[in-house]
Design a protein around this ligand. Sequence first.
Ligand code: ZEM
Length: 306
Amino acid sequence: MAQPQTNPTPSSSQLDHVAQAVRDLLHQPDYDDGSAGPVLVRLAWHSAGTYDAASKTGGSNGAGMRYEKEGGDPANAGLQHARAFLEPIKKKFSWITYADLWTVAAVVAIKEMGGPEIRWRGGRTDFTDDNKIPPRGRLPDGAQGADHIRHIFYRMGFNDQEIVALSGAHNLGRCHSDRSGFEGKWVNNPTRFSNTYFKLLLVNDWKKKTLENGVEQYVYVDEDMIEEDEDAEDAEEPEELMMLPTDIALIQDPSFRPWVELYAEHKDIFFDHFAKVFAKLLELGIKRDRNGNIVNEENQQDGYKS
Ligand code: ZEM
């Protein structure tokens, strides 16, 4: 039996350079709402969100999205932009693995966009072929409801509170009709991390709308511009905001809803819970030894030889 291989976590001074390089690339005036941050957060989430606790497969190790098998999954449409933003950093700091870079970039971006400090640990390795990439179909489908959300997130080992906290990432970024088929942003200022998404969910004025492509989502015009006070200076004209059917499920479901109410009311509690659950997300599928180094065991090498 071969020795288990470990990849040491990068030192903090090495990481400081990478973190600074990520901060330096966030400002992208010609991209979406002017920031690479939201799509970087989605890259980290989709890299980890393939985890299946029962078979211990998937998760943020490996950076499988570099391969067509995972990168070409329609669920990952658009994430090539996130990978392209990070490519110059990988070129400059070749010692960092893609799997570490994609996850640490999200943590840096969230903090830089006004979110909480999130514990991140490195040492992920990159797959050298596509054998260990799990089958497609493990990421959530925004067109569905509470049962589907639970099916997907319970599989990863999350509970209802953690599902709602994680969903607060929809404060960030937007939907693109050429990626998911949905269109628009959840909040007026989608490059600032806050609990506005939860406040907006509770306005209860969401109307179902069928887009030209036949996709159904929920919309609302935020005339009162529900935002944090600190955002008032960059207040824009009210625009139509959106929610996915899965977002609306969070206020319809009796077990999810109290968490939406709590997070809408208490930004500090949301930040605390989000930091914990996002750190947990990024560790899915990763086994560490006593020193915190990742252990790549024999049985994880088996892969999917279909
Ligand atoms: Zn999302 N998400 N997501 N999400 N997501 C989109 C965009 C973003 C779902 C979903 O279908 C979609 C989590 C959970 C769930 C982000 C972070 C996180 C989009 C739009 C869809 C359709 C994609 C597009 O068109 O570009 C569903 C169904 C979810 C669970 C039920 C979790 C958990 C996240 C992180 C913790 C982010 C940041 C975006 C914005 C991306 C961007 O490009 O602006």
